[in-house]
Design a protein around this ligand. Structure first.
Ligand code: ARG
Length: 573
């Protein structure tokens, strides 16, 4: 049993609350000198009819609150618990080394299913840095929920439906270049799409042709469907290359076109429940009771809209997955759209509407960075990754030269790819997701700042300490970890011990940055310790082995945190 649950068990015995209730209330104090755990006594005030500070004092005096290696102190309304440093160190390191990459794993999600929708780019359009935001946050959330034992379904709700495909078909037949399409499909599709809009101004016949082609596509006419499929498949090849490069996969790529086919079912269902009202020729669901504008289901020409397809998609998800939670990682500007969609479901009597969550995020900006931009001034994710990897390669080769390190060019390129991509991913996950991101090379590639290179370097260097020790026959020994009672060791151990809690909080608030913040704290505390204390030259062999065990624990937690963010560690740098 860990200290927290031991404390909770004792408090439960004394107060009559359940152990789970208490465990949920136990906090980790914001400052190290306030102890390792804190129990806020406010929650007992009503039941006991006493002031919280009095309750805290009474609890402290209670003989039954006797836990090995744990001392309680009452401070105002709080009861703070101090675990004896040596046993805290031994317990924490023992835990981490025995659980390894499962250190933060729990079974809170056992038997539960979470659908996470993320990425969802539009086919035939460039994959820009805004789409990377949903892709990276969503991928991280999916990994976090898997760590907590949930069965996760990763959905990519492709934007593959709309009248623009009628235009693309017309444009392709007139100006499409097969060779270019095979070379760089999205560039070519974009070129003919832009051309279509230019030519359309001069020749209204094009508009009619596009409309006709879209109608045929809708009706399932084989030739138009085949072309659309070709555009879709080619786009997916491009997207998949990016996903693969970033180490991610999806379970389901059903796009909007798939759900468009379910539109009749949606309309029938809403009609049957008497929710559809006519408004200016359109069919809408009024949502006055939710204080939001009505949700349009069918436009006046009888066609469906984006929201109709999202309603179909929820029905599909529930039917196929019976989700306990259905998460949409989509930009904050679509907040109202999701509110409307969820409200329609709620109004239609589907209780699972309450389990649907929109997880929004901010905008992406650049500071002193120039990229070739395409259609509508967007920066492509691929260009950002390439440039970052290139710059990382320059830094790494330069560093290797100054250190006189012997690494093959191939190895350095491999490291630069991982660190460069890590630097981009980290920039997306290092702050609260609702804040706008400002990319700057200085920050992303600051090997001493709050960056992926800093964390990855800390990891790689610590691994090299362990390798060197092992070459000298020195192995980490967690059973000696009670020797680690120094101030800096304690600060580091606390950062390590709080990691599982950070993962839990990241899941509960849909905020991967709670994890990045925690491993950044681990790395900073480790580096402070490392700068002031010797590991391989410590006073005696036992202390060396104990500190090596601490190094091992640091590596385990940093790797686990990086991986949960979607970043792959490197062993050498
Ligand atoms: N394809 C849309 C876009 O690029 C995002 C789709 C979001 N997901 C959804 N279920 N509506 O803006």
């Amino acid at each position: 049993m860990d200290y927290k649950s031991e404390i909770a068990a004792k408090l439960a015995e004394i107060t009559g609350l359940t152990k789970e209730e208490i465990e949920g209330k136990i906090e980790i104090p914001p400052q190290l000198d306030m102890g390792d755990y804190a129990f806020p006594c406010f929650i007992l005030a009503k039941a006991l009819r006493k002031a919280p500070p009095v309750i805290a004092a009474d609890l402290k005096a209670d003989q039954r609150l006797n836990i090995d290696s744990v001392r309680a102190e009452n401070v105002g309304p709080y009861l703070n618990f101090f675990v004896e440093k040596g046993s805290f160190a031994k317990k924490t390191i023992g835990d981490i080394l025995s659980k390894g990459q499962d250190y933060a794993a729990t079974n809170e999600g056992a038997g539960k299913k979470i659908v996470v929708e993320y990425s969802s780019p539009n086919i035939a359009k460039p994959f820009h840095v805004g789409h990377a935001f949903t892709t990276i946050i969503g991928n991280s959330l999916a990994k976090i929920y898997s760590m907590l034992g949930y069965d996760v379904v990763r959905m990519n709700h492709l934007g593959d439906y709309g009248t623009q495909f009628g235009k693309l078909i017309t444009a392709y037949r007139l100006w499409g270049d097969e060779e270019k399409l095979n070379e760089a499909p999205i560039d070519e599709l974009l070129r003919i799409y832009v051309k279509f809009h230019e030519e359309e101004k001069k020749d209204p016949g094009l508009t009619d042709s596009a409309r006709e082609n879209f109608r045929k596509l809708e009706e399932g006419n084989p030739e138009e469907v085949a072309l659309w499929e070709k555009f879709r498949d080619m786009s997916l090849v491009v997207f998949d290359k990016l996903y693969k490069r970033m180490g991610m996969e999806f379970d389901n790529y059903n796009g909007e076109s798939y759900y468009a086919k379910m539109a009749d079912e949606v309309v029938d269902m809403l009609k049957e429940k008497n929710l559809l009202v006519e408004s200016e020729g359109a069919q809408v669901v009024p949502l006055d009771e939710y204080n939001i504008p009505p949700c349009i289901i069918l436009k006046s020409d009888g066609t469906t809209i984006y929201a109709t397809r999202d309603i179909a998609a929820i029905l599909y998800r529930y039917r196929n997955y019976h989700f306990d939670k259905n998460i949409y990682v989509v930009g904050s500007p679509q907040a109202l759209h999701f509110k409307q969609v969820f409200s329609v479901m709620k109004k239609a009597g589907f209780d699972f509407a309450d389990d649907c969550v929109h997880v929004g995020f901010g905008l992406v900006k650049f500071k002193n960075m120039k990229f070739s931009t395409r259609d509508g001034n967007v920066v492509l994710l691929e260009d950002l990754l390439d440039e970052c990897v290139k710059k990382t390669y320059e830094v790494i080769t330069e560093n290797a030269k100054t250190r006189g390190a012997s690494m093959s060019d191939e190895e350095m390129r491999d490291i630069a790819e991982k660190v460069g991509i890590g630097a981009v991913i980290y920039t997306y996950v290092k702050s609260g997701r609702e804040r706008d991101i400002v990319f700057s090379w200085e920050e992303m590639l600051d090997f001493e700042g709050d960056s992926a290179p800093y964390l990855m370097y800390t990891y790689a260097r610590t691994r090299s300490i362990l390798r060197k020790a092992s070459e000298n026959g020195l192995m980490p020994d967690p059973s000696l970890a009670d020797l680690l009672t120094g101030e800096e060791e304690y600060a580091l151990l606390r950062a390590l011990a709080d990691f599982p809690d950070a993962v839990h909080k990241a899941a509960a608030s849909y905020e991967p940055f709670m994890i990045s913040r925690q491993i950044a704290l681990v790395a900073r505390n480790f580096n402070r310790f490392y700068n002031n204390s010797s590991i391989l030259n410590a006073d005696n062999e036992d202390l060396k082995k104990a500190r090596l065990a601490l190094c091992e624990a640091v590596c385990t937690v940093i790797k686990s945190g990086l991986n949960l963010l979607g970043i792959e560690e490197v062993e050498r740098m």
